[in-house]
Write a protein that binds this ligand. Structure first.
Ligand code: PEP
Ligand code: MG
Length: 570
């Protein structure tokens, strides 16, 4: 029995066989004295195997994938037959004694660099496909299994180093009972995906040394994963799982009712979504609207940017899952922990502090305009609002407002049906925005506090690095100070303020946020029933004194103790 302690990232308990998903390639051996005949044969065999594999993915996914995803598969198949690519690899093998995997890597890297520098947008976008293809060939040569969740017959506990948005989009998620990663924190992508589909997850467990198929208990409530449990442990967890599921069912039965505190304050519990499916789940879990639509999902795993029409259709479909509610759509937030294949971001020394999100989109009309046009059209007959990510200066908000105004005016002049006046709000997720929240509140139509990034930047602690996860804590008094400042600024200016970071879905923080005056909580759909239940058991009046007490604390753990005692006493 092996016990791994990590970070509880998504509630629930699952028990199932281990499925090892390794996206990271190990170090590739480089030789200059390999036998050319042998290596050439290995290379040709891997080309055949990868071609067959691509065909089988295509066959299986027919009818389920967007046409562009097929295009990626087709492009990769074409490349496999491309003489120039293949011949360069063969030359390295034949004339320089290179082993096949090293030759593939060398040539792939060169082609990726070449494509990335081309003027033509289409070819620039192909670079990611080439990189992915090279990866497939190398995996095959090194006998590292290509992930094929589609072949599984029972749901598995997926174990990986870490998962990116493009990894998870290809997964057949009904085959995944739970996720566990070596890296990551409670705000990393794995955690967000697991919560949004409502499966348990534990992240940041450190090295996973487990054999394929081993029985895994995954306790997302306590942040524990147990491999090869003994009989007694297994029996105990089966019992816990049954109890946990029963409680969830009870909460779900009450989820559609509004969340009204014991002293009669209506709290809006809305959802963070990233696809049409998750918007449907949000409706099932009792969401009062959508507080954060992460528009990145439209850009994942596809070679070309989505056009206006496609975005309009997707936004409308999502908004229509929750009719007559408010839907807040965040403009494209790429960079840092979020990358998409159709946008080649030049390598930066420090991408988390780099040219990303609003900094990038304001300079790229091809990214900004179609998205805004689609949003203004969706808002013509719905309450759809535009939210800008990663705003650090007033100039960014002003520039965005001006550009949106120009687009709005030209669409109106053309007779396109758009909303009367676009509502433009900002994420408060960079400390500078929280510090001058008063100034922002005079110009923004609403705020939404993004605690995931606010913690990361306030505490200088990478949200994807499990070693500093403890530091990036939303209960840290420094973070609480900025949250309170932002809520106060919005209230003084009379604009709505919500929170869409993971703190909003954590029961431990609910009384404190109610006390600070927060009235809109946006979270992963699976967290809604529990937060609504917590709100109903609390009275805002009782929560208010917590604010000063917590702000005067020296550490996050002191704050946690106070809040836990308060919740236990209810
Ligand atoms: C945040 O930063 O808190 C947030 C909600 O956005 P994301 O997690 O997508 O960065
Ligand atoms: Mg963010």
């Amino acid at each position: 029995m092996t016990r791994m302690q990590g970070i509880a990232a998504s509630n629930g308990i699952a028990i199932g066989p281990a499925f090892l998903y390794r996206v990271e390639l190990p170090d590739i051996p480089v030789r200059s004295d390999a036998d050319p005949t042998e290596e050439l044969e290995r290379f040709e065999q891997s080309v055949d195997a990868v071609r067959t594999h691509l065909e089988s993915i295509k066959e299986r996914k027919r009818g389920q994938m967007h046409a562009d995803n097929f295009e990626i598969l087709d492009v990769q198949k074409e490349l496999l037959s491309d003489e120039e690519y293949g011949d360069k690899i063969r030359t390295l093998i034949q004339h320089q004694g290179r082993n096949a995997e090293a030759a593939v890597q060398e040539v792939t890297e060169a082609v990726v660099t070449e494509f990335s520098m081309l003027e033509d947008e289409y070819f620039r976008q192909r670079a990611a496909d080439v990189a992915d293809l090279g990866n497939r060939l190398i995996r095959n040569l090194m006998e590292i299994a290509d992930v094929d969740l589609g072949d599984l017959t029972e749901p598995v506990v997926l174990l990986a180093h870490d998962l990116s948005p493009s990894d998870t989009i290809g997964f057949e998620l009904d085959k995944v009972a739970a996720m566990c990663t070596e890296a990551g924190s409670s705000t990393s992508h794995t955690a967000i995906v697991a919560r949004s589909i409502g499966i348990p997850a534990v992240v940041g467990v450190g090295t996973i040394d487990v054999r394929e198929g081993a029985t895994i208990i995954l306790d997302g409530n306590e942040g524990v994963a147990i491999a090869d449990p003994d009989d007694a442990t297994l029996a105990e967890y089966h019992e816990r799982k049954t109890r946990d599921e029963k409680r969830r069912e009870e909460l779900l039965a009450k989820a559609a009712a509004p969340a009204i505190t014991a002293d009669d304050v209506h709290i809006h519990c809305v959802a963070n979504v990233g696809s049409v499916d998750s918007a449907r789940t949000a409706a099932e879990y009792g969401a009062d609207g959508i507080g954060l639509l992460r528009s990145e999902f439209l850009y994942l795993e596809r070679p070309r940017l989505p056009d206006e029409e496609e975005q309009y259709t997707a936004f409308s479909q999502i908004a229509d899952c929750l009719p007559d509610t408010t839907v807040v759509v965040r403009t494209l937030d790429v960079g840092g922990d979020k990358s998409v294949p159709s946008i080649r971001m030049p390598k930066e020394e420090n991408p988390f502090l780099g040219h990303r999100a609003i900094r990038l989109t304001l300079e790229e009309p091809d990214l900004f305009e179609p998205q805004i046009r689609a949003l203004l059209r969706t808002a013509a007959d719905r309450d759809v609002r535009i939210m800008l990510p990663f705003v650090s200066t007033l100039t960014e908000l002003r520039t965005a407002r001006e550009k949106i105004g120009t687009i709005h005016a030209s669409m109106t002049a053309q007779g396109t049906a758009v909303c009367d006046r676009p509502k433009i709000g900002i994420m408060i997720e960079i400390p500078s925005a929280a510090v001058i929240a008063d100034a922002f509140a005079r110009e923004a139509d609403f705020f939404s506090i993004g605690t995931n990034d606010l913690c990361q930047y306030t505490m200088a602690a990478d949200r994807t690095n499990e070693k500093v996860a403890e530091l990036a804590n939303f209960l840290d008094p420094a973070v609480l100070f900025l949250i309170k400042r932002s809520i106060d600024a919005a209230q003084n200016a009379g604009i709505p303020v919500a929170m869409c970071g993971e703190m909003a879905g954590s029961v431990i923080a609910t009384p404190l946020l109610l006390g600070m005056g927060l009235r809109e909580f946006s979270m992963s759909p699976s967290q809604l029933p529990e937060i609504k239940d917590a709100v109903r058991r609390l009275a805002v009046e009782d929560c208010r004194p917590l604010v000063d007490t917590c702000l005067q604390c020296a550490t996050a753990s002191d704050v946690r103790d106070i809040l836990q005692d308060f919740l236990d006493s209810r």
